[in-house]
Design a protein around this ligand. Structure first.
Ligand code: SAM
Ligand code: TMP
Ligand code: ZN
Length: 405
């Protein structure tokens, strides 16, 4: 049992992944002995239905100068954020001197287009290295965690924001009350708070258990977001399913009563009702499927190992920390992982200590099998790696079930 970070209700645990490392801590051998571990377990609130981690990792352990994740590491995500910026510029940001704030702007994938359009903006980004990359693109960025005090300072220096946007960031923030009080302080009366995060209904549907790791504290549904919004004087006025990152939803919040909710909100709420997403029976069935995937994946990898087949990992995602550590997959079964992120290369995956190599190593020589940890970028990666398939290589996926293609 735990206490809900949204409504203080009772949180019932439904899955325990055991001892897990920081998902984005790509370590050197000198760090192996001092790695940070915590208990990764997930539960659901009986009152507001918010799915959340049972234990919180201190934010400075995760988001710091060396935070390695880059939003611009995928061409699909770059295009997605350009489209997002264009949409805001054409809709919410058309009035006189509009101001937009992005929480977790990372390397500036979204705000770059806003800066180029000459629109007043500010990125709030606590991870110094990625914030510097955004600044180098002409993005105005403040190195800070967004919370109530940050919002007060920004409101004083820049005035109210027409749009506050956060992609794959709000679900990372357990101190959600402080964030909502900050949004209340900073948002213009007719402004919108828009955020997009992995959709819990998709996680359950695809059994994509690897979306559960230290940084992903909350797992949103329309129902839980509506309750969270209401708790802080806001209202869920629109929802838009997104195909990125294995299925997300973009939620639009406005001040309570300020805008009329769209039919899409009503429809998604009704769909969720039918899926029983907050029912313990649904969540326990999910847990059983997760165990099945673990058993299927480890036995496939052991069989391939015994047959003398070579297997490489593809994409040293944060998600893969949960897969490797929960399933007990180490360098014996997957000797290396290739990844395009400079800050991950030459390091070792958290907990499992599988070495991370540059993308060129993938073809030198091709392995017999590639375990696609970056399954959410499957279309982009498979299109670029057709020579691997042509050479007889096969992809291993474990979402929604273990399969080889
Ligand atoms: N928005 C980008 C995207 O969708 O690709 C980056 C997502 S990344 C997974 C999460 C980002 O949130 C990190 O860059 C991290 O530093 C930032 N972050 C974490 N806590 C934050 C907070 N309280 N305020 C603002 N940004 C935060
Ligand atoms: P993500 O699933 O959190 O977006 O992480 C994707 C990881 O996969 C990130 O470390 C970058 C890496 N990657 C590649 O190595 N090659 C690629 O083509 C793509 C799209 C991602
Ligand atoms: Zn709750």
């Amino acid at each position: 049992m735990g206490e809900c970070r949204v409504c203080a209700g009772t949180v019932t645990e439904f899955f325990d992944f055991g001892r897990q490392p920081l998902s984005d801590a790509f370590v050197r051998p000198a760090d192996f002995a001092s790695e940070f571990f915590f208990r990764l377990a997930v539960g659901v609130c009986a009152s507001c239905s918010m799915v959340q981690l049972m234990d919180e990792v201190p934010r400075e352990h995760m988001f710091h100068e060396d935070y390695p994740y880059l939003s611009s590491g995928s061409a699909v995500m770059r295009a997605h954020f350009e489209r997002t910026a264009e949409r805001f510029l054409a809709t919410e940001l058309t009035g006189p001197d509009p101001f937009v704030v992005e929480l977790g702007c990372n390397d500036g994938a979204m705000l770059k287009a806003v800066a180029e359009a000459g629109v007043r903006h500010l990125g709030i980004e606590p991870s110094g290295g990625v914030a510097d990359l955004a600044a180098a693109k002409g993005v105005r960025v403040r190195k800070a965690f967004f919370e109530e005090s940050t919002a007060l300072e920004v409101r004083e220096s820049d005035g109210p924001a027409k749009v506050i946007f956060a992609a794959n960031t709000l679900c990372h923030i357990p101190y959600i009350g402080s964030v909502f009080r900050g949004v209340d302080t900073l948002l213009a009366p007719d402004g919108v708070f828009v955020f997009e995060d992995p959709y819990f209904a998709e996680i359950v549907r695809r059994t994509s258990f690897d979306q559960i790791y230290d940084e992903h504290f909350f797992f949103f549904t329309a129902r839980s977001v509506r309750a969270m919004a209401a708790a802080y004087g806001f209202e869920l006025v629109d929802v838009e399913p997104l195909a990125v990152h294995g299925g997300e939803v973009r939620y639009t919040l406005a001040r309570a009563g300020a805008r009329r909710p769209t039919d899409a909100v009503r429809d998604l709420l009704a769909e969720e009702e039918g899926a029983g997403l907050a029912d313990l029976s649904t969540l326990r069935a999910f847990a059983t499927r997760v165990e099945g995937i673990r058993d299927g994946l480890t036995s496939l990898l052991r069989d391939l190992h015994e047959q003398g087949k070579t297997v490489a990992g593809y994409g040293a995602t944060a998600k893969s920390a949960t897969v490797t550590n929960y399933c007990g997959i180490g360098p014996d079964l997957v000797p290396y992982v290739c990844d395009s992120t400079p800050a991950k290369q030459g390091r070792f995956m958290p907990g499992s200590h599988i070495p991370v190599r540059e993308p060129a190593a993938f073809a030198d020589p091709y392995p017999d099998y590639a375990l696609l940890f970056a399954w959410n970028h499957a279309a982009e990666i498979m299109a670029k790696e057709t020579a691997f398939k042509d050479a007889g290589g096969r992809w291993i996926l474990y979402v929604p079930e273990v399969h080889v293609i």
